[in-house]
Design a protein around this ligand. Sequence first.
Ligand code: ATP
Ligand code: MG
Length: 325
Amino acid sequence: PGRRLTGFQTTGDLHLGNLLGAIRPILADQHRAETRVFLADLHALTVEHDPARLRARTVQQATILLAAGLDPVRTALFVQSQVPEHTELHYLLECATGYGEAHRMIQFKEKSAAQQQVRLSLLTYPVLMTADILLHDTDEVPVGEDQSQHLELTRAVATRFNAHYGPTFVVPRAVHPTVATRVMSLADPTAKMSKSGPTPAGTIFLLDPPDVVRRKISRAVTDSGSDVVYDPQHRPGVANLLEILAACTGGQPTALAGDFPSYGRLKAAVADAVVETLHPIQLRYAELTADPDGVRQVLADGAARVRPPAAATVHRARTAIGLLT
Ligand code: ATP
Ligand code: MG
């Protein structure tokens, strides 16, 4: 496989969806594929934010990724803003992207409709994402459905830039990780579990203590009916619980469904499985927080490692577009 890139927005705390849908696939492949992982703090500035919390959360997310088993020797881990080439390339790519192209992005429409004050950077967000991807000569981008339109934009911009100014960027392709799961909100099983979504009660955060995990799962919205069957279309709430259980225990949702006579018993089993999955991560997290300088050093090393090749990409782009170099 080629080089992969995954980013985590520092908009909120990492959750079970991030673990099962993104972190686990990275860990599963980190010894055979080259992956770069970054904390997207510049993307977090596109919506209302609190400066002190943003800074703290950036370190916290890095610590959780390390606690979950990310090997920083194999996988470069860095903070987006600590690699200023991201913003430099962003500007160059803004000059190769149409206003209409950015304006028609569904995520922009959705997020801007939900806000009073829309930051200009929310409009150009997909261009920064394009810069993130192209900067690192990325071959493969694992994307969920919510990001596939942005990846199409990335491919269009890269292809156009190469055609206009000569071969400059690797044109990336989307990949759908084999072991990934799309975890849905416990409060609304038709919406995905998310950091910054409207229903925090529907999100299991990776640092939630066991009693909180159990409470959230026991209150999870299920469907009418009482027998446990795996039917994502008609019983999305129960299907989500079965998928979480399957991802945590290694079973298959359809087979697991037969093990439970009631919703109550299923929820208890899911709670046990999630608590057990989070336990080792939380233990290691507690150890790592005793040495915050160590985590910051990992991030500094990661940035130092990726900056020279990133600078080479920017240099190619500057030259191609006609800047004096
Ligand atoms: P935000 O609400 O701020 O967009 P998020 O929860 O969607 O936050 P991201 O930082 O956008 O998280 O995504 C980080 C990674 O986690 C991405 O690879 C994304 O595809 C994956 N991911 C996010 N939510 C889920 C989910 N519910 N199920 C599976 N994977 C997810
Ligand atoms: Mg997201």
